[in-house]
Design a protein around this ligand. Structure first.
Ligand code: CP
Ligand code: NVA
Length: 307
């Protein structure tokens, strides 16, 4: 049985199989041909952090696949009152067919998976947001970019780490620009660079957004204050001064470059209102693709239960 905890656990061919499934099921969904790939299956969805897209896309997605989603906020289940993760896992995974978790430490997700009888999907942790990256890659393909050169500008956070893993596994170029003191986690970088040796991915790091964006065809960023970092807000806003993605920065990229944002976006901070609205079609296609990419992931995991 396979879990979807980080892209580092998957081969390039497996990632591409999930993307192909997503494209196929998206086309069927658009034609109102809802095939019951996961008939009568239940997806448990545990949230220890807020969500708009992850909740709506997983709940709608499993329903369209013939199953049902159970929204389990940690405020409402005993996990929030201190029931251990491993007990929560041993209970829930005996009743449902698949579990998605949004939590804090990656180790909590791994603990749940270690005790689970069913596949577990990472719906965001402090370290990674892999379902978002599958979505972003699907969107890049749809926008006709066959040779991505991606600039990630901003915090060396869960999104940056996931971009590192996607680039390292698939072999495309990634340039990461972070302020000093907000670089990516060193052990994740080390691991990604090992994968990059195999895939041939060119990955570079700097503290200069202009160097990262020059002649690239995908520009992306994320909030400067992730969930759980609210107390650091003032200090972070100062540290990220100069890292806004605006039209002046975008002018350095290729003319046809797209701008992606996992959302929610904070205009005037990581992205200007003008740049955001100019790229709204790509950004909201990306948001919609959460629904489609995650169906590809769920169906693939369902098909690989015996592995
Ligand atoms: N991008 C993303 O994961 O959005 P939510 O936090 O709304 O789920
Ligand atoms: N880095 C952000 C992503 C939100 C989807 C966070 O963790 O809050």
């Amino acid at each position: 049985m396979r879990h979807f905890l980080s892209l580092k656990d998957f081969e390039k061919t497996e990632i591409l199989e999930m993307i192909t499934l997503a494209q196929q099921i998206k086309a069927e969904t658009k034609a109102k041909n809802f095939k019951p790939y996961m008939d009568k299956q239940t997806l448990g969805m545990i949230f220890e952090k807020s969500s708009t897209r992850t909740r709506v896309s997983f709940e709608t997605g499993i329903y369209q696949l013939g199953g049902v989603g159970l929204f389990l906020s940690s405020n409402d289940i005993q996990l929030g009152r201190g029931e251990p993760m491993k007990d929560t896992s041993r209970v829930i995974s005996r009743m449902v067919d698949m579990v998605m978790i949004r939590t804090f430490e990656q180790s909590k997700l791994e603990e749940f998976a270690a005790y689970s009888k069913v596949p577990v999907i990472n719906g965001l942790t402090d370290s990674y947001h892999p379902v978002q990256l599958m979505t972003d890659y699907l969107t890049i393909i749809e926008f006709g970019i066959t040779n991505p050169v991606v600039a990630y500008v901003g915090d060396g956070n869960n999104m940056a780490h996931s971009w590192l893993m996607l680039s390292a596994k698939l072999g495309f170029e990634l340039r990461v620009a972070t302020p000093k003191g907000y670089e990516c986690d060193k052990s994740i970088v080390k691991e990604a660079l090992e994968f990059a040796k195999v895939s041939g991915a060119k990955i570079s790091f700097s503290n200069d957004p202009q160097i990262a964006v020059k002649d690239c065809n995908v520009v992306t960023t994320d909030t400067w204050v992730s969930m759980g970092q609210e107390d650091e807000k003032e200090i972070r806003l100062k540290a990220f001064d100069g890292y806004i993605v605006d039209e002046s920065l975008m002018s350095l990229a290729q003319k046809e470059a797209i701008f992606l944002h996992c959302l929610p976006a904070y205009r005037g901070y990581e992205v200007s209102e003008e740049t955001f609205e100019k790229h709204a079609e790509a950004i909201f296609s990306e948001a919609e693709n959460r629904l489609h990419a995650q169906k590809g992931i769920m169906v693939w995991l369902d098909q690989h239960r015996q592995d």
